[in-house]
Design a protein around this ligand. Structure first.
Ligand code: 13P
Length: 335
């Protein structure tokens, strides 16, 4: 294993002012997003949407890497250039989501287990040939009465570790994503407690499996109030709770932590990231790997109409710029 190469890729992904665009929605999820603006999800509309994002002028100022879906890494832009090549030309690192989705965890009502380990070693070799330099696997932990169970947390932690080990063996930087969902009406304290429990189990499993921690990126949720909770913690409280949990359980060797947006609005995700990066110096880079929070406004502006392409790219550029300022704790300079 070439540890220095993994380390260099990980550091490039969390370089100053930059973060990752998550554009790896599964066929089902992207269908939901496209249908929300009134257009059907077809191979063509999915390609057009992703091409709009990737060809946004100068987006490489704020985007270090893009997570692709299996279909997307094999698609070409309208001029025939394969998407991974188009991204490389802009200095953006292509990555790939390699899990195959979440399924009910048998005998554990309300809980999910992520699948995709079967045949993963061979798939990773192919993704490297297609131009990927990093990979992603998402585990989902739900909060409710009596859940998460330790069994669900441990099973997901072990599959994340297996994924990370195989990725590093293939020369890919694994983005380890244990998402403790914000869905629910739980207070922030409960989210903090379950996030800490989950991340502790994940790092335990990573260390048991001898993962090289300086060659991974952690992609967690911010610690926040449940999306349906009556009392919503403000960004400073979110930032303090998030940092408190991360400092307890994330070893300093990990080069970077990139947050998912998890259903927060683009504005909330941006302001929270700014608050997190205003809490003083931390051992790791604290950056972003948003899906919805980077794409939402651009998707609405586009509406599937070619005459709106430029306006949509401007929305994407503007949000990415704000998120980048927030990542450096400099959001107020923009206003
Ligand atoms: P959101 O930012 O929309 O939560 O998506 C990030 C992601 O990659 C989820 O797996």
């Amino acid at each position: 294993m070439n540890v220095d190469k993994l380390d260099a890729t990980a550091r490039r992904l969390v370089a100053d002012s930059k973060g990752i665009l998550a554009a790896d929605e599964s066929s089902r999820t992207i269908a939901k997003r496209l249908e929300s603006i009134g257009i059907p999800s077809t191979e063509r509309t999915r390609r057009e949407w992703r091409e709009l994002l990737f060809t946004t002028p100068n987006i490489q100022r704020f985007i270090s890497g893009v997570i692709l879906f299996d279909e997307t890494i094999r698609q070409n832009a309208s001029d025939g250039t394969p998407f991974p090549k188009l991204l490389w030309r802009k200095g953006i690192i292509p990555g790939i989501k390699v899990d195959t989705g979440v399924y009910p965890f048998a005998e554990h009502p309300g809980e999910k287990l992520t699948e995709g380990l079967d045949g993963l070693r061979e798939r990773l070799v192919e993704y490297v040939e297609l131009g990927a330099q990093f990979s992603k696997w998402r585990a989902v932990i739900s909060i409710g009465e009596g859940i998460p169970t330790q069994a669900c947390i441990d099973a997901n932690a072990h599959t994340l570790a297996r994924f990370a080990l195989l990725s590093q063996e293939a020369g890919l930087v694994p983005i380890v994503e244990p998402e403790v969902l914000m869905e629910g009406n739980h207070p922030i304290e409960r989210h903090a407690q379950e996030t800490e429990r989950t991340l502790a189990a994940v790092f335990d499993a990573l260390q048991t499996d001898r993962i090289t921690l300086r060659g991974i990126i952690l992609k967690p949720n911010m610690v926040a109030s449940g999306l349906e909770a009556k009392v919503q913690a403000n960004p400073t409280v979110v930032a303090q709770a998030t940092i408190r949990v991360l400092r307890k359980v994330v070893p300093p060797e990990v080069p970077g932590i990139v947050f998912l947006s998890g259903g927060l609005t683009p504005e909330q995700a941006t302001v929270n990231l700014h608050a997190i990066n205003s809490q003083g110096k931390q051992p790791w880079q604290l950056s972003y790997s948003f899906g919805r929070a980077l794409q939402g406004e651009a998707l609405s502006a586009w509406g599937g109409k070619s005459e709106h392409l430029k306006a949509a790219q401007e929305e994407f550029y503007t949000r990415a710029k704000l998120v980048s300022l927030a990542r450096d704790g400099g959001l107020e300079k923009s206003t």
